[in-house]
Design a protein around this ligand. Structure first.
Ligand code: NAG
Ligand code: NAG
Ligand code: NAG
Ligand code: NAG
Length: 433
């Protein structure tokens, strides 16, 4: 046993508090305890292959009736909304069934420019070749998207409370968006956004109505409720389902039923989580481990500043309220009790898979601590992006399934790219490891 670890374990057992008189006897007892603990650990690890069955037969979940799984899917991946986790599901589902992805030439589909079909690798002409799934970051542009995707594609997206979104955006894009760079804290920005914001500067879209922008609408337009209603209508004409980050698990149940997918297809571990202080009501989404205050931008807000951020992002706020409303209407139609039941199953399954797949009880870890460099998440800006480690000694099939669930977005795109275009090596992501 490595010395440091043994020392920690001894400390944990209370051994360091004993007086010198008892020292040698106590030490012996402690070593015995520590050894027993280690032994139990080994036995526990050895017993893991029982989890094999948990993955070899994918959990189907409650019956979906006689529907056929959707395989033509367009996901608008909005920023800072847990959308990386959703994209991971699409990647897994498509990879497992050999579906064709409309992949970007690089890592985003021309963002922040409005989407253009020629940004898709291998695209030649409308409908040619045919793609099944598109889901990388883009600024939505309906006419161009329709050139790439089949006409029966299922369109969906995800939104998040604009204040939470602003916090996340400030943390990630503090050094990227000029409007954020000049502000010492998010609170200072919220107090007077106009002082910091110049609409002509590149990357300032991260600082105002980012959802509205991603949906391809004018994020600098002056707010009016008529304009907001119009925006919502335009989106609803195209998008069959709009999910809500704050209700991620309920969102996954609605998605699974809309797409006619098995339960396991929508079970996920939170990807691309930002390191932050733990919050009392721990959910799996966008949550992670404790933080070094030094690396974290100052995100503290007063209630007044929250209100100011809602005003500043009034178009997004209207969008969020509208889609939150339609979301809950759908939940009620689905049946509230039925929803509760299925969310319970989803959470139980997530815990089960975390036990099988993840090391250290599934706690996200800092990237540089992840031994396997190919699954280290890409680091952006000043915050640390967390990742996971796999349990050691998994059998091949389980390892493959688990790896798909934790493989970071950028590496996953490279894997799919290499499968779809075996002859042309994809550009390696230099910053990934
Ligand atoms: C964070 O910013 C607020 C103002 O927005 C300020 O009052 C507070 O002292 C700052 N906190 C730290 C730790 O710097
Ligand atoms: C928004 O309104 C202000 C005045 O209230 C006006 O100066 C500005 O040009 C308007 N912006 C747009 C994009 O219409
Ligand atoms: C979203 O909907 C839920 C359920 O109706 C409600 O409790 C919550 O206040 C809504 N949030 C917003 C921002 O409208
Ligand atoms: C694991 O499976 C993959 C593909 O299914 C195969 O290429 C590889 O050789 C297997 N590895 C082991 C150690 O069995």
């Amino acid at each position: 046993m490595p010395f440091k670890r043994r020392a920690r374990m001894l400390q944990w057992l209370g051994c360091t508090r004993l007086g010198p008189l008892w020292l040698w006897k106590a030490l012996l007892v402690c070593v015995a305890f520590a050894f027993a603990g280690q032994l139990l650990g080994v036995i526990f690890n050895k017993s893991l292959p029982s989890g094999r069955s948990a993955l070899s037969a994918p959990e189907q979940g409650p019956s979906l009736g006689s529907c056929q799984p959707h395989t033509h899917i367009m996901f608008l991946k909005t920023h800072k909304t847990a959308s990386s986790t959703v994209l991971n599901m699409l990647y897994r589902f498509g990879e497992g069934r050999g579906l064709r992805f409309a992949l970007p030439l690089g890592y985003q589909l021309g963002y922040p420019l409005p989407f253009n079909a020629h940004r898709v690798k291998g695209y030649r002409a409308p409908g040619e070749p045919s793609f099944h799934i598109m889901g990388n970051h883009m600024r939505f542009n309906r006419a161009e998207v329709e050139k790439v995707m089949p006409s029966d594609a299922f369109y969906f997206s995800i939104v998040r409370d604009p204040v939470a979104l602003a916090e996340s955006s400030f943390a990630y894009y503090k050094e990227v968006a000029p409007a954020f760079r000049k502000a010492r804290s998010l609170g200072e920005f919220a107090d007077n956004p106009h002082k910091f914001f110049d609409p002509r500067l590149r990357n300032n879209h991260y600082a105002r109505n980012l959802l509205w922008f991603d949906f391809g609408l004018d994020h600098n337009a002056n707010f009016s409720s008529a304009l907001a209603r119009h925006g919502v209508r335009v989106i609803q004409q195209v998008f069959t389902l709009v999910l809500v980050s704050e209700y991620f698990d309920q969102s996954m149940i609605l998605l699974r039923h809309a797409l006619c997918w098995p339960l396991d297809a929508v079970v996920s571990f939170s990807l691309n989580a930002r390191q932050q202080k733990p919050e009392p009501s721990g959910s799996w989404v966008i949550k992670a481990a404790p933080v070094h205050a030094k690396v974290m931008p100052n995100l503290s807000l007063t209630e007044e500043q929250r209100e100011k951020l809602r005003e500043w992002n009034a178009l997004d706020w209207a969008l969020y309220e509208a889609f939150n409303r339609t979301f809950w209407e759908r939940v009620h139609k689905f049946g509230s009790e039925r929803m509760q039941r299925e969310v319970g199953l989803l959470r139980a399954r997530r815990e089960e898979l975390a036990k099988v797949c993840l090391r250290d009880g599934g706690k996200p870890v800092e990237a540089q601590r992840i031994r396997d460099k190919t699954i280290r998440p890409f680091q952006s800006g000043v915050v640390k992006i967390l990742g996971y480690e796999l349990q050691p000694r998994l059998d091949n099939a389980t390892r493959t399934a688990c790896l798909r669930m934790i493989r970071p977005e950028i590496q996953y795109k490279d894997v799919l790219d290499a499968k779809q275009f075996p002859r042309s090596p994809s550009p390696r992501c230099a910053k990934c490891s």
